[in-house]
Write a protein that binds this ligand. Structure first.
Ligand code: ATP
Ligand code: LTN
Length: 335
């Protein structure tokens, strides 16, 4: 289904459980903007295996992320939803782009530096795939001629690298024509970096093991409420958006994205109230959103439709992706 709308592409890794940051920073925005773009959204399992995954867990998490996309509101009759490894063009274009991209560009990527630093001196635990990760991400985006890539703030550098790679391919192999579309990151003004609840100076993350830090999308509602009620705040008494008070700022940000109300309206609503009132409202807003999604997810995971939707999505994605792959391969003398 092709329209004149601009194209978007994005994806989430099926590694560990999804968390509220993934929803507010990425998936909710895909759903909210679904009618403005031609959309392709992927479950990026080949990215997940850049760190060790247990096979049964990977299979289960891949289906859970897919179910979550649909339960959150992506409509497969308008939006292509598929699993990355089902479309082999991702790995093929990834290889080609490997051969076009200078090592130095990858060495600058902060996500790799952070993840590698976590392994300390144990270089055996850092796969070549983890280093190469941004190239596969560039292949994902470029295969679908995406104009926009809606992501959280932490992925901006990877989308910028994708732009550089596309421009380099066009320059070196385009023969005066653009063979790849140069995409732009689409990063929300609010909610692009949801922080942890226990330590609000660090981003909410899947690979986070500190208790109470992340709200898992599939967590029990009682646990979610407790984690929010225990969120770290400060000793100030006013409730205001203030980057120097990361705990309160984060709770207000979560509430702002979920309620769609302005900062002024929220500060007015909580004038003279305490942190307990704010936390109760945030917990209610989070649960009002997540619980119905959790129920729809359960139904999708138990029924036959999900696998059918993913098969159909991969068929549609494959057609587009193979055309782009052919275009690049031909330009490089591989056809
Ligand atoms: P990890 O921390 O293990 O790398 P992750 O939590 O960042 O994983 P991804 O699959 O890498 O999860 O991210 C999926 C999408 O969610 C991306 O667009 C990413 O930018 C966004 N995202 C991740 N964490 C947050 C967050 N704390 N706030 C807002 N958006 C986020
Ligand atoms: N690297 C991203 C996941 C990802 C992605 C993509 C996002 C893989 N391919 C293409 C947008 C477009 C992450 O870690 N969140």
């Amino acid at each position: 289904m092709t329209t004149n709308r601009p194209k978007t592409f994005s994806g989430v890794k099926p590694s560990g459980g999804l968390h509220l940051g993934n929803y507010l920073g990425a998936i909710k925005r895909w759903v909210d903007d679904q009618d403005r773009y031609d959309n392709v959204f992927c479950i990026v399992d080949l990215h997940a295996i850049t760190v060790p995954q247990e096979s049964a867990a990977l299979r289960q998490q891949t289906r859970e992320v897919a179910a979550f996309y649909l339960a959150a509101g992506l409509d497969p009759s308008r939006t292509t939803v598929f699993v990355q490894s089902h479309v082999s063009a991702h790995a093929e274009l990834g290889w080609i782009l490997n051969c076009v991209t200078p090592m130095g560009w990858l060495e600058r990527m902060t996500q790799f530096k952070d993840k590698a630093a976590k392994e300390g001196d144990n270089r055996e635990r850092i796969s070549a795939g983890l280093f190469d990760y941004p190239i596969l991400m560039a292949a994902d985006i470029l295969l679908y001629d995406a104009n926009f890539v809606p992501v959280g703030d932490d992925q901006k550098q990877h989308v910028e690298l994708t732009r550089d790679i596309a421009e380099r391919v066009n320059r070196l192999h385009g023969g005066g024509r653009d063979i790849l579309v140069v995409p732009q990151p689409l990063i929300a003004d609010t909610g692009a970096r949801i922080m942890g609840l226990a330590d609000p100076t660090r981003k909410m993350s899947k690979s986070e093991d500190m208790p109470g830090q992340a709200i898992g999308i599939f967590d029990d509602p009682g646990d979610i409420r407790r984690a929010i009620m225990r969120a770290t705040t400060d000793s100030d008494r006013t409730i205001a958006f203030d980057p120097n008070r990361p705990g309160v700022n984060n709770l207000l940000t979560i509430y702002q994205v979920l309620s769609g109300r302005s900062r002024d309206a929220l500060e007015g609503q909580f004038a003279g109230k305490g942190y307990g009132d704010l936390k109760k409202e945030v917990a209610t807003a989070v649960l009002d959103t997540l619980v119905p999604i959790q129920e729809r997810c359960k139904a999708l995971l138990a029924g036959p439709d999900l696998d059918e939707i993913l098969r159909d999505g991969a068929d549609r994605a494959r057609q587009v992706a193979n055309r782009t792959l052919d275009r690049v391969a031909t330009a490089m003398g591989l056809r």
